[in-house]
Design a binder for this molecule. Structure first.
Ligand code: SF4
Ligand code: SF4
Length: 245
């Protein structure tokens, strides 16, 4: 059954609390069909102490998104267990401190619009009152702003918004499917971050002199800085933008 989202502003309040005492505990981690953003993958693979390639191979599937043709990453699930998330355990989420943004933001949804003149981002929110979720009956009220802060969403939003910008740039410049070589580059820089690092340092995918020296040192160990470089590299390689690294 589809649920009609209710628009809500950032300083509006809503009643909600999620806890393990509720009948619905873990129910929202079943029948999942979740896209993972590049930053989600960095957090999850770090939590699990895996390289990005091993994480992607073990826990995800990658396919071409219907609207954009860009590679999309989702959790690998099985019909035998009702498409349950691979990380749900009896006591809840096994990767809770590093759970993906879509898990953190539930029961809200967030969209953004960007001013063409200034680039300023405007956030839009909606409340998804899924009938399986008993959290709406709990006597706890907070604003969207408080909820977002409690869920530590700022760092996720910042990185996800850059990805959204990249997707909309692709749609403006190159609507339709991507060629296989471009798809490979997109997966490498956005999702397979450890392989991207190795391609830079071992295969000279980007020559050292093209990268700001301070950034060159940082990306040896800093996945988020490397992701920022990756976004910029994709912009220039695929969509004709000016590299800024
Ligand atoms: S990552 Fe955690 S919170 Fe998200 S669906 Fe899986 S078990 Fe649930
Ligand atoms: S269904 Fe709602 S209240 Fe229940 S565990 Fe999931 S988010 Fe929490």
């Amino acid at each position: 059954m589809s649920v009609e989202p209710e628009l809500i502003s950032i300083d509006d309040s809503f009643m909600f609390s999620c806890n393990s005492g509720l009948d619905c505990f873990n129910m929202c981690c079943k029948d999942v069909n979740q896209f993972l953003y590049p930053y989600d993958i960095i957090r999850l693979k770090t939590n699990l102490n895996l390289g990005s390639e091993e994480f992607l191979d073990t826990y995800t599937i990658i396919y071409a998104g219907g609207t954009t043709g860009l590679p999309v990453v989702s959790f690998k699930t099985h019909p035998a267990n009702g498409h349950t998330c691979p990380f749900v355990g009896e006591n809840g989420c096994r990767v809770y401190p590093d759970r993906p943004s879509s898990c953190r933001i539930f029961p809200l949804a967030r969209a953004i619009s960007r001013s063409r003149e200034t680039g300023e981002i405007k956030e839009h929110f909606a409340l998804i009152k899924d009938p399986i979720c008993k959290g709406f009956q709990e006597n706890s009220t907070m604003t969207v702003r408080q909820f977002s802060s409690d869920q530590d969403l700022a760092v996720y939003n910042e990185n996800n918004d850059t990805m959204i910008e990249l997707i909309s740039l692709k749609q403006q410049i190159m609507p339709g499917p991507l060629d296989p070589a471009s798809k490979e580059k997109f997966v490498l820089a956005c999702y397979n971050i450890d392989r991207f690092r190795s391609a830079i340092f071992n295969d000279q995918l980007i020559e050292k002199h093209q990268i700001n020296p301070e950034l060159y040192e940082r990306i040896k160990t800093d996945d988020v800085a490397l992701l920022g470089l990756g976004f910029s590299w994709i912009k220039s390689e695929l969509f004709g933008g000016k590299p800024s690294f």
